[in-house]
Design a protein around this ligand. Structure first.
Ligand SMILES: Nc1ncnc2c1ncn2[C@@H]1O[C@H](COP(=O)(O)OP(=O)(O)O)[C@@H](O)[C@H]1O
Ligand SMILES: [Mg+2]
Length: 255
């Protein structure tokens, strides 16, 4: 009687593994994926650390022996050595898909697949893409981003919105009204210019940020940037010939 009870106990306890087999398999798979994730993030943070180390004490943007690669290791673009001092600007052009936007991702520290040295200036930088991100909120939030909106800044923001071409009526209507989806591509790009004027960065990286504007408006807004930020450096990816709108600016065609 005792033997049969013990046998039944052993069977019941061992069958735990049978009933929980699925959960065990899930646990193993999750642990494996988590392990891979930790390994990858350590690798990436090591590469970013190298990039950040180059930032310390650096007052100019330098690209040395830079070869941009795809994640699979294939070469995307070889760049000429480039040294840009604060106050100098450069307009980068080149065919589609050669790696211009990827170059900005490298400089901002978001893309680790490259050979060579990238020395990033330590001063205040702002990166802006063709379709800039706007947070929830109205025109004022879009201008103050990536900083939060402070009420004390509203007067300045309203003036900036007016300077980049918004009508007083639209400013009042949409200042804090969460309905930016109705804005045209050009209006969104005017907002980006207002954001630059608000933050006054030392280094401004613009990736085709004015390409939805007509030539006259583009010229006006770029002139506005140059006049208000005469000591900043503008690194601009553009297919238009805009280098003459900036001081000490040269055109570099990447190919
Ligand atoms: N993270 C990534 N993974 C795979 N391919 C990428 C990645 N980033 C960019 N690429 C590829 O690199 C090429 C260059 O892209 P991009 O830098 O956006 O070109 P463009 O010169 O038009 O700005 C494209 O073919 C794109 O698909
Ligand atoms: Mg691009």
């Amino acid at each position: 009687m005792q033997i049969s009870k013990s046998f039944s106990n052993v069977v019941t306890n061992l069958s735990w593994f049978i009933f929980n087999y699925n959960k065990l398999a899930e646990l193993i798979a999750c642990s494996y994926r988590l392990g891979q994730f930790i390994q990858q993030s350590e690798q990436v943070s090591y590469q970013f650390k190298q990039l950040n180390q180059a930032e310390n004490g650096n007052e100019r943007l330098s690209l040395e022996n830079l070869i941009i690669k795809k994640p699979d290791g294939k070469i995307l673009l070889k760049l000429p050595d480039l040294h840009i001092n604060k106050g100098e600007s450069v307009v980068l052009s080149g065919a589609s898909d050669i790696g211009k936007s990827t170059l900005f991702k490298i400089i901002s520290g978001l893309y680790p697949y490259y050979d060579g040295v990238v020395k990033v200036p330590k001063f205040k930088k702002l990166f802006l893409s063709q379709n800039a991100y706007f947070p929830m909120g109205g025109l004022a939030h879009a201008v103050s981003y990536p900083e939060p909106l402070f009420e004390k800044d509203l007067t300045v923001i309203k003036q900036l919105l007016f300077d980049v071409g918004f009508s007083s009526e639209d400013i009042d209507k949409y200042l804090l009204n969460d309905n930016l989806n109705t804005l045209s591509g050009g209006e969104k790009q005017r907002l980006v210019v207002a954001r630059i004027l608000m933050h006054k960065p030392d280094w401004i990286f613009m990736d085709e940020t004015t390409n939805a504007l007509d030539k006259v408006a583009e010229k006006q807004l770029l002139k506005l940037l140059q006049t208000n930020l005469p000591t900043s450096s503008f690194i601009i990816i553009s297919h238009s010939d805009i280098s003459n709108y900036f001081n000490k600016c040269y055109q570099l065609n990447l190919s």
